[in-house]
Ligand binder design. Structure first.
Ligand code: DHB
Ligand code: FE
Length: 286
């Protein structure tokens, strides 16, 4: 099989799997009801913003019909989660976390799955025998904003493999591959053995890829580790961590890179890498 065919097959699986996952999360069944005045305000502004573009750009019927066809295709391809998480979630995340004094967060993206295997520190991520990729030790301390260690807090990682594939969203990858939760020790220290993920290309053959090609954009996200950190009485942190030198750190298609999220990697002396990243959580304000 060629690399292109490989990418095609797994990308096709990713869109519909991301839609199914969102449905299973319970958020599709209405989520929380939004106040009528708020819906009125937001929907009015959204419709006005689109009308302003049509009038200012003098949008033609050909362009209008291309838009209609494309929107229909986004749904048919199951790519609404992908589209929204790539081009909109970063702003929602910014609003949701701009009060925080602890660590910066980033988007969750479409590939989170709850209830991953859990173990006490140190943990080795679930992975295949001879999992491809540079070995990586990810360690640090979980603390509160006042500096106190968060004993027994949890750090969860999920990531693509060395081919850029996520388990449960690509065919042929074991169910919990490279998804795991570590419980920190009494001093909030944690250590996770994993591998470096590859840069990731959002699916290119569906509606999102069609837009990217038609607009002359690219589909790349820089290599990243996804992270969630939780501790009693503290706000959940959802973040992504990045690798210095990745050519897409400056032009991430999902606009989800922040300078605070860059890892500092050291050689471990035997071909692998080690990185220390302390995580500071904000106490929940009463
Ligand atoms: C997408 C994939 C990711 O891994 C991510 O972190 C954000 C978005 C996507 O394909 O939409
Ligand atoms: Fe990702």
């Amino acid at each position: 099989m060629t690399a292109t065919q490989d990418t095609y097959q797994t990308a096709a699986a990713a869109g519909s799997a991301a839609t199914a996952r969102f449905r299973d999360s319970g958020k599709l069944a209405g989520g929380k009801e939004v106040d009528v005045e708020r819906v009125n305000r937001l929907a009015t502004r959204a419709v006005k913003a689109l009308n302003d573009i049509v009038l200012e750009e003098r949008v033609t019927y050909d362009e209008y019909n291309a838009l209609k066809a494309w929107l229909i295709k986004v749904g048919e391809d199951g790519e609404w989660p992908l589209f929204l998480d790539v081009w909109l979630e970063h702003s929602v995340e910014e609003v949701a976390t701009d009060h925080r004094e602890g660590n910066k967060g980033s988007i969750e993206g479409p590939y989170y799955v709850p209830d991953a295997p859990t173990s006490e520190t140190p943990m080795t991520m679930p992975m295949r025998e001879n999992e491809e990729g540079t070995p990586l030790v990810f360690k640090g301390q979980l603390r509160s904003t006042d500096g106190s260690p968060l004993s027994q807090g949890k750090v969860e990682l999920w990531q693509a493999d060395a081919k850029g594939l996520y388990s449960q969203f690509a065919e042929g990858v074991p169910e919990w591959n490279l998804r795991g939760i570590v419980i920190a020790d009494d001093n909030g220290n944690f250590e996770i053995n994993t591998i470096e993920p590859a840069p990731y290309q959002i699916p290119t053959e569906g509606a999102c890829g069609q837009l990217i090609a038609a607009a002359g954009w690219h589909a790349w996200r820089p290599a990243h580790l996804h992270l969630k950190a939780v501790a009693d009485g503290h706000e959940l942190l959802t973040a992504q961590l990045y690798f210095p030198g990745d050519e897409h750190n400056d032009d991430d298609v999902a606009s989800a890179v922040k300078p605070e999220l860059m890892l500092d990697l050291q050689d471990d002396g035997s071909g692998g890498k080690v990185t220390t990243y302390d995580i500071v959580l904000d106490p929940i304000k009463k």
